[in-house]
Write a protein that binds this ligand. Sequence first.
Ligand SMILES: C[S@@+](CC[C@H](N)C(=O)[O-])C[C@H]1O[C@@H](n2cnc3c(N)ncnc32)[C@H](O)[C@@H]1O
Length: 201
Amino acid sequence: MAEALPRLALPVEGPIEASSLFGRVAPLVLEIGFGGGEHLLAMARARPAVGFLGCEPFINGVATLLGRIEDEAVENIRVHHGDARDILERLAEGSLAEVHVLYPDPWPKKRHWKRRFIGTETLPGLCRAIAPGGLLRVASDIPDYIRWTLIEVTRSGGFEWMAQAPKNWRLPPEGWPGTRYEAKALREGRIPTYLDFRRMA
Ligand SMILES: C[S@@+](CC[C@H](N)C(=O)[O-])C[C@H]1O[C@@H](n2cnc3c(N)ncnc32)[C@H](O)[C@@H]1O
């Protein structure tokens, strides 16, 4: 953490841009709540021309990811150790090609619903930061969170759900590397749902 984080962390203030982070113009993809970073790392390896940003408040997860970035000399990931809400406003309008929110904390009790990451507090910022035609991907094994996401994202007015057939939400997207939490959910008999939304022009 002491050595790698200062080098790989997003700047603490000012705009967050591909050119200053990666020294080149690049499409940006943000993963919110990357856990141990397995999915983020797999995406970054598969798409070296893309700049990946990851947010995670859980310190052990950040440390795990940093270790792997160092071991594998991955050059296209930058990390925010903290809440993704901190950085949304610092991203230029339309600067993100994709945002992935994979197995967000479900906050099942009604009095905690306001803590759910997908909601009226974050959707305007996500909508502003994602480029028209860009992707908002949400995966969850909690049916109520899926229902909630469909309602909240549709109600926000900025996105359309891209599914055309049940396989689109029942099967993972092509090339999906999985996540650590997803593997646990599957082991415990819970069924994931995958939602892809397109940012409307
Ligand atoms: C259930 S875990 C899933 C982790 C990982 N995506 C996976 O599928 O293995 C949810 C993660 O979201 C992180 N998280 C919760 N609120 C967050 C926020 N506001 N910004 C960024 N990450 C958040 C948590 O620390 C936790 O690691």
